[in-house]
Design a protein around this ligand. Structure first.
Ligand code: NAP
Ligand code: ZN
Length: 351
């Protein structure tokens, strides 16, 4: 029987230069393993802006962004075991993967060898059906790629955990942030502020490296032990050889060599932001001190659930500013100016 499509209200951009505007998409009827989620809130990640404005190239228009999705399940397929109607649920940056490759079977679905189906600006695993994200009424997803949202967490401020939260949690765990470890978070934005809260909860000594002094009081309130403004270049000398782990959330081109100078021997700087241009790297910055430069991308489903459960135990959510969908274009401009404390979340009841 051919799948019946369900008409669904959404917001989309038709081209890189046009604002997001009302649009209609079709969601599939749920299959045996699918759940239907009525979307209540969706975070605005800077990656939404990069892709809507085609700053990474190759955006498929029209684009319906949004990969920090939380809502309530309204329908379940006959084979669904994890969820029932009425459950609170989340969807992050991908909605399917092959499930069979070495990465998928090791909980690293985001690196699926066949290419994961990302939540928007991507294709389902058939590589033909376009995916549309969370700036929409509802989404239909195989239950395997859906997260349980613990009852202790408020839905609105939990939305950003689905991308910003897991993107910081995963490298903090992988590089073993914890007691006795000095962790620096570069850039106090949507990602960075989650990094401060999570690293602090893990017991690490947390330093924020921000462009200016403007966010110092906030950083301390969020859990930072130390704060430095990198506009003062003396900071790079003061902090030479200090950190066990530096997590760089900034997508602007920074002097990575200068930041590597702040690592201890045998320590790592992890890149999360993706600059548009190549960044000069001096081999000496790594060779002297056996240092590593790495990267990290979101996290797998099991680890994302672990992160949500960790946040429920430690009372961690995102600091958010709620916005109506009609104000989304103005919100984008404010994110680009770093003028949000610290994540916009769209109230989808305004759609
Ligand atoms: P955001 O909320 O805009 O935060 C970025 C922060 O970077 C700003 O708050 C600012 O912090 C700093 N910054 C901005 N412009 C800068 C400049 N010119 N020079 C130095 N610092 C600057 O963005 P976000 O949502 O956290 O995302 C950050 C980046 O990570 C984006 O590129 C996004 O696409 C990427 N991302 C990666 C992953 C992944 O899995 N790897 C996942 C999600 C997002 P200060 O004011 O404190 O300096
Ligand atoms: Zn994101």
């Amino acid at each position: 029987m051919p799948a019946i499509a369900v008409k669904t209200k959404a917001y989309a951009a038709a081209s890189p230069t046009e604002p997001l505007a009302p649009f209609e998409i079709e969601r599939r009827e749920p299959g045996d393993d699918d759940v239907v989620i009525e979307i209540k809130f969706c975070g605005i990640c800077h990656s939404d802006i990069h892709q809507v404005r085609d700053e990474w190239g190759g955006t498929k228009f029209p684009i319906v962004p949004g990969h920090e999705i939380v809502g309530v399940i309204s329908q379940v397929g006959s084979g669904v075991t994890k969820f029932k109607v009425g459950d609170r649920a989340g969807v992050g940056c991908f909605v399917a993967s092959c499930g069979e490759c070495e990465n998928c079977t090791h909980g690293l679905e985001q690196f699926c060898a066949k290419g994961a189906a990302f939540t928007y600006n991507s294709f389902e695993m058939d590589k033909k059906t376009a995916t549309y994200g969370g700036y929409s009424e509802r989404i239909v997803v195989n239950e395997r790629y859906v997260l349980r949202v613990p009852d202790a967490l408020p839905l609105d401020a939990t939305a950003p955990l689905l991308c910003a939260g897991i993107t910081l949690y995963s490298p903090l765990r992988h590089w073993k942030a914890g007691p006795g470890k000095r962790v620096a978070i570069v850039g106090l934005g949507g990602l960075g502020h989650m990094g401060v809260k999570l690293a602090h909860a893990m017991g690490a000594e947390v330093t924020v490296l921000s462009q200016s002094k403007a966010k110092e009081a906030d950083a301390k309130r969020l859990g930072a032990d130390h704060y430095f403004a990198t506009e003062d270049k003396a900071v790079f000398t003061t902090l030479a050889g200090r950190f066990d782990l530096i997590i760089n959330t900034v997508s602007a081109v920074l002097d990575w060599n200068a930041y590597l100078g702040m690592l201890k021997t045998d320590s790592t700087m992890v890149l999360l932001g993706i600059p548009d241009n190549d960044v000069p790297l001096d081999a000496g910055s790594l060779v002297r001190g056996r240092k590593s430069l790495s990267g990290s991308m979101i996290g797998g489903i099991e680890e994302t659930q672990e992160m949500l459960d960790f946040c429920a135990r430690h009372d961690i959510v995102s600091d958010i500013e709620l916005t109506a969908i009609g104000d989304v274009n103005a919100a984008y401009d404010r994110v680009v100016k770093s003028d949000v404390r610290y994540r916009f979340v769209i109230d989808m009841s305004t759609l």
